[in-house]
Ligand binder design. Structure first.
Ligand code: NAD
Length: 486
């Protein structure tokens, strides 16, 4: 049986307690490995290694040298592309066709892009007058924040982890990563790549375990951690924020969503269907930016629902490695229970189940996996729980609307504010509506498209702060002012 260990100070180590937990492949439900579960001991060691690295060889590198190493890390991921692909797809059950084009390439690209961004970031300077007439110059410099805790979710494990580790290291910090307990593999594999690339010991560390009373809590409570970046549920964000209050440590949060998609009658129907299908069902609906609330202008409502139904029914669940598979399982049995409870709830709340709502019959070894049917509902009020709460499964509710003012108010009537999608061919309407939606990102006639130099993050309960491009420097470095009297 495969063993997944912590990666601390450039070595792979097991927990001193000997405690482990199962690594389960969600496509089949089979246990494929044993993962070491960190206690306070391992978390202490990882944080200590990260602290020591700040003043060791790593701390003495200039930005060019750091970025050169990060380029090598990116190349190292690409050199072992197939291993990362197999590991990610086994852990998540997602189709190879998806991870091959999104998860793994973006995992490598995050190191290159942030190396370039940080290397090219300019500092500001200001000249000022002084009473003696000599003047003074003020200039700002970015210095590392210190040890960054990176707490990750399971839906896009490598992509979302490297999206944090890339800028953290480019800025000169060191990291301790706590991957999700559901998806420990690629963060661990990255340890090997870090060693191969020559990244000094202690710069990148990984501890495995759960959240409360386990590695996640031990890490975020640790006084040796200077800042915490977290992606996951809003409720977990609240717990981490409480931990971060001790020692007034900085946080960057990317949290949950219940994102609206708004389809106007003047849209290009083919594009709107294709985009909404992806936003509801890609990665089996386990995408924070996914659309679970779809609003469709009444004249095209029936046609839109019928075409979404055909699209959902044409999705092909199957083995991740099969080329025709385009729908994976949910990540775990626990998550399947949660999603199925919403399927029941929606029916109890009076939803019209357009398609799905249950568990598909899967053949052979897939029968033990965490599969659910892609599901579409209509007929619920906006205050139904299935319409208000994040489900994070392959499902959406579609409701009709009659005018722009109404739909903007309904789309914004949520505690979340992560993403929105608007489908219209009317350019004035596109600007008008996008400007008024309460979302960190609004797409017009597209979905999941973003230049990585742009800010990313959520409004309201969907997050705190912005990362991406130079915005990441605001979290991963301290900006110091130096004032020189001439
Ligand atoms: P989660 O909050 O359950 O877990 C995320 C991580 O936090 C895991 O590593 C977990 O072990 C850890 N954790 C849990 N409790 C903790 C605690 N008390 N202290 C410290 N660590 C703790 O989230 P998940 O189920 O893994 O991921 C799904 C959620 O993530 C959804 O809500 C989704 O919307 C959100 N998400 C958001 C974004 C975004 O960019 N906004 C991206 C992806 C996922």
């Amino acid at each position: 049986m495969r063993k997944i260990k912590h990666f601390i100070d450039s070595g792979f180590v097991e927990s001193s307690s000997g405690k482990t937990f199962d690594q389960v492949a969600p496509a089949t439900g089979q246990v494929v490995g044993q993962v070491s579960e960190a206690g306070r001991n391992e978390v202490n060691q990882a944080v200590e290694a990260a602290r020591n690295a700040l003043t060791g060889e790593w701390g003495k590198l200039n930005v060019e040298q750091r970025c050169e190493l990060l380029y090598r890390v990116a190349d190292g991921i690409n050199a072992r592309f197939d291993e990362f692909l197999a590991a990610e797809c086994e852990d998540t059950g997602k189709p190879y066709s998806l991870a091959r084009h999104i998860d793994i390439p973006r995992g490598a690209a995050n190191f290159k892009i942030f190396a370039d961004t940080v290397r090219n970031a300019a500092n500001k300077s200001f000249e000022m007058a002084t009473p003696d007439g000599a003047g003074a110059i003020n200039y700002s410099v970015h210095v590392p924040k210190g040890v960054i805790a990176v707490v990750c979710p399971w839906n896009l494990p490598l992509l979302l982890m490297t999206w944090k580790v890339g800028p953290a290291l480019a800025c000169g910090n060191t990291v301790v990563v706590k991957p999700s307990e559901e998806t420990p593999a690629t963060a661990t594999l990255l340890g090997e790549v870090m060693n191969e690339a020559g990244v000094p010991a202690g710069v990148y560390n990984v501890v495995h375990g759960f959240g409360p009373n386990s590695a996640g809590a031990y890490l975020t409570e640790h006084p040796g951690v200077d800042a915490i970046t977290f992606t996951g549920e809003t409720g977990t964000g609240e717990a981490i924020m409480r931990a971060a209050a001790t020692g007034v440590r900085d946080v960057s949060f990317e949290l949950g969503g219940k994102n609206p998609g708004i389809v106007f009658a003047d849209c290009d129907m083919g594009k709107a269907i294709e985009g909404t299908m992806r936003s509801a069902f890609a990665n089996c609906g386990q995408v924070c930016l996914g659309t679970e609330r779809v609003f469709v202008e009444r004249p095209i409502f029936d046609e839109f629902v019928a075409r979404m139904k055909s699209g959902a029914e044409a999705l092909k669940p199957g083995h991740p490695e099969d080329a025709e598979t385009n729908l994976g399982p949910l990540v775990s049995e626990i998550h399947r229970k949660k999603v199925l409870s919403y399927y029941e709830l929606a029916a109890e709340e009076g939803a019209n189940v357009v398609t799905g709502g249950g568990v598909p019959k899967m053949p052979g070894d897939l029968a033990g996996g965490s599969w659910v049917e892609p599901t579409i509902w209509t007929g619920l009020d906006d205050d139904a729980r299935a319409v208000r709460e994040e489900i994070f499964g392959p499902c959406c509710h579609i409701s009709p609307f009659d005018d722009e003012e109404e739909v903007i108010a309904r789309a914004n009537d949520t505690e979340y504010g992560l993403a929105a999608a608007v489908w219209t061919e009317n350019v004035s309407r596109a600007h008008r509506v996008a400007g008024r939606l309460e979302a960190g990102i609004t797409w017009v006639n597209s979905w999941f498209l973003r230049d990585l130099r742009t800010p990313f993050g959520g409004m309201k309960q969907s997050g705190i702060g912005r990362e991406g491009g130079e915005y990441s420097l605001e979290f991963y470095s301290e900006t110091k002012n130096i004032c020189i009297k001439l």
